[in-house]
Design a protein around this ligand. Structure first.
Ligand code: F0G
Length: 344
């Protein structure tokens, strides 16, 4: 473990104190960056790149935070971990907890998570508890449980170590580029917080001069953070969330205060996009051979909207974070199977 490649390459600025022997890692991070002419012509931006976090070990960006949080659970000697999830956090928590030999419990909104994500938590051996309602209800249950029982180590992004690990997405971008904008899909706002904290830390260390603007993109049916920022509200008003992008179907994001601080620090933008806009962007990404989870395409959809509105310029350098793998959340209706005669 001396020469880490991904997340732990940044050990000194994410968790300097932890003993290397306690680290639970699957080699997460160091993800690929794609450019494609289809993405440029769709968005109207020449220099647009997609950083694919879906190519992490369990298929989402969550692994970057999970390696740090589960390592910390080891350091603290916890025997049980707990999370509420729309699916990706639970898949990642399940894998890293199993690897560490820790018992993992996951709270999922009944019927509202993608079956492939559920399958991941199941095969890794987690105890899965269905909560009636949506993610916010599951999160509420978790808060209630931990207020009475301190045997569980929480693996949601309210755990600051999750944010520490996820900072490395931005570190990898900023080490090699000077982007004008970094766009990402936003649900519980842990990742917006992580990207913002990373930008601030690199700036404070004098490693970057230009502060890239965060573009945090919500699904229109689940956009309380959009309302907060764009309507200049004093505090977040929860909504009853509805969107095809199940990963970000969240109406009461727990990290909104921290995220707001970093939107302000980076002069960031909070945008919202319809399900149709998300699906159109996903189709462009998929048909370019890259592929991503539905929610992930919100980043490109948001950037296209801002480019069409003239807020992002065609000569700006833009990074979109693709948060999840194409196999995560699939909606296939009618496959148009061909007749074998097409080959003759
Ligand atoms: N994209 C994907 C694929 C996600 O799974 C999530 C969050 C987000 C974006 C939004 O990130 O919450 O930090 O703003 N998924 C969580 C989960 C809620 O339980 O897997 P965020």
């Amino acid at each position: 473990k001396e020469n880490f490649k991904g997340v732990w390459r940044y050990k000194s600025i994410i968790h300097p104190g932890i003993d290397k022997r306690l680290i639970v890692t699957r080699g997460e991070g160091n993800t690929f960056v794609y450019g494609h002419e289809n993405i440029s012509s769709y968005s109207g931006i020449k220099n647009i790149k997609l950083k694919h976090e879906g190519e992490n070990p369990t298929g989402s960006f969550k692994d970057r935070g999970m390696t740090v949080a589960v390592s910390e659970a080891m350091r603290l000697g916890y025997k049980k971990t707990l999370c509420a999830s729309t699916g990706n956090t639970s898949a990642s928590a399940a894998s890293y907890s199993a690897m560490a030999g820790i018992e993992n419990f996951v709270l999922i909104p009944d019927g509202k998570i993608a079956v492939n994500k559920l399958a991941q938590a199941y095969v890794y051996g987690s105890k899965i508890i269905k909560v009636p309602g949506n993610f916010d209800d599951a999160m509420g249950k978790l808060m209630n449980i931990i207020s009475k029982n301190n045997n569980f180590y929480v693996l949601n992004s309210i755990n600051p170590w999750r944010v520490e690990g996820q900072k490395t997405i931005a570190f990898e971008i900023l080490e090699e580029n000077e982007p004008d904008f970094i766009a990402l899909p936003a649900g519980n706002l842990g990742n917006t917080t992580a990207i913002g904290k990373a930008i601030k830390e690199f700036h404070d260390l004098g490693l970057i001069k230009k502060i890239p603007r965060i573009v945090s993109v919500q699904a229109e049916g689940a956009s309380p953070f959009y309302n907060l920022v764009n309507n200049h509200e004093d505090s977040l008003n929860p909504v009853n969330p509805e969107t095809i992008a199940s990963a970000i179907r969240i109406g009461n994001p727990v990290n909104w205060k921290k995220a707001l601080k970093y939107i302000k620090f980076t002069n960031g933008i909070v945008e919202k996009v319809t399900d149709d806009e998300i699906l159109n962007a996903k189709r462009i990404i998929d048909r370019s051979g890259i592929g991503c989870e539905t929610a992930s395409a919100a980043s490109l959809a948001g950037v296209k909207k801002l480019s069409d509105a003239g807020i992002i310029d065609r000569n700006d350098e833009v990074f979109c974070i693709l948060t999840g793998n194409v196999l995560k959340d699939i909606h296939i209706e009618n496959i148009n199977f061909m007749d074998i005669n097409i080959l003759s």
